[in-house]
Design a protein around this ligand. Structure first.
Ligand code: DGY
Length: 324
């Protein structure tokens, strides 16, 4: 008998057809009513889950008595209670690598957009405000040659550092848990403590995973250490930044601007950030290109298929749970 897969997001109809070759596939359908209710109804039947954007832990998975594996269509796995997965022997997989370059592109787009005020001046132009040559009130800040500070030099951090160093002649600083000698050699990147990096960088880019250690890593004290002309870019996870502290810092000029793709609450329909011209606000689109989301879903399907066949999936987050 085929195993059952509950595909709750990020899986398109052709991908569902592919999964159907090996599995019974349940896909919550907005036309059939409440998605959450359909998810709950399907959960006790599911051997595997695939999707992203859902908190899954003890409470949410209590009824999932047949569950063997969860395949997240994301690189970040802060939505999952890994300790609980280990306790139950549930496999958890993610999708590293395939989104590195697209997410780095978006990080750089936020650097450019916040420094050169791209989104703000686009709205200004379309509002019919361009009645004479632009002057100081519309001027932005340079990007080329400025100091780029990366907090969390993993694959995505390194891809942003390459763009900055090789494309924009930016000196690169980084902080994190470990030194990266190869990147120091390749890009001349220099390691700094968090405090030193905040004090020196013109663009501070957050690329750390969310954990107890990184929650509110950037709050009032850290923002006050940044240069008044500096920009904070967050493509990591919203709770890495104390958003109330950031709003205050943007309002009172503690820093020049922010480029944000992630927030403490998502989705976000209302926020004081939306009133601030010096905040560029995107709806968590780091990996959201057609090609990359397709590649992520393919990788997630491969991981799930392997897990449900009893094989070791390529991107296993919790090897402790694998009893192969
Ligand atoms: C990820 O993969 O973790 C990105 O944030 C997209 O969800």
């Amino acid at each position: 008998m085929k195993k059952t897969v509950l595909a709750f997001s990020r899986i398109t109809p052709p991908m569902i057809e592919r999964l159907q070759q090996d599995f019974e596939v349940i896909v919550p359908d907005p036309k059939k009513g409440d998605l959450a209710a359909q998810f709950d109804e399907a959960l006790p039947h599911a051997h595997g889950l695939i999707g992203a954007g859902r908190k899954l832990g003890r409470e949410q998975l209590a009824a999932a008595t047949r569950l063997q594996a969860v395949s997240s269509v994301s690189v970040g796995y802060d939505n999952y209670d890994v300790a609980y997965f280990n306790e139950r022997g549930l496999l958890l997989t993610n999708t590293p690598d395939v989104l590195t370059e697209s997410t780095a592109d978006l990080g750089f787009a936020l650097i450019m957009s916040s420094a050169r005020r791209v989104a703000e001046l686009d709205a200004w132009t379309k509002a019919g405000q361009w009645k004479a040559s632009v002057a100081a009130p519309q001027f932005g800040s340079d990007v080329h040659g400025k100091t780029l500070g990366i907090i969390g030099m993993g694959n995505i951090g390194a891809a942003i550092a390459r763009r900055g160093r090789l494309g924009f002649n930016m000196p690169v600083l980084y902080s994190g848990n470990s030194r990266k000698p190869a990147l120091e050699q390749e890009l001349g990147a220099q390691f700094r403590s968090l405090e030193q990096l905040l004090a020196e960088a013109d663009f501070v880019v957050l690329v750390v995973p969310l954990s107890d250690k990184t929650r509110h890593l950037i709050s009032h004290r850290e923002l006050s250490l940044m240069k008044p002309g500096a920009f904070l870019i967050n493509i990591a996870r919203g709770p890495v930044v104390d958003e109330a502290a950031l709003v205050q810092a943007l309002r009172n000029g503690t820093i020049r601007g922010a480029g944000l793709d992630v927030y403490e609450q998502e989705p976000l329909a209302q926020s004081p950030l939306f009133q601030l011209p010096n905040a560029v606000t995107l709806p968590h689109i780091g990996s959201a290109t057609t090609q990359t989301r397709e590649a992520m879903a393919e990788r997630a399907m491969d991981n799930l298929t392997a897990a449900l066949r009893g094989e070791r999936p390529r991107d296993l987050v919790n090897p402790q749970a694998f009893k192969g």
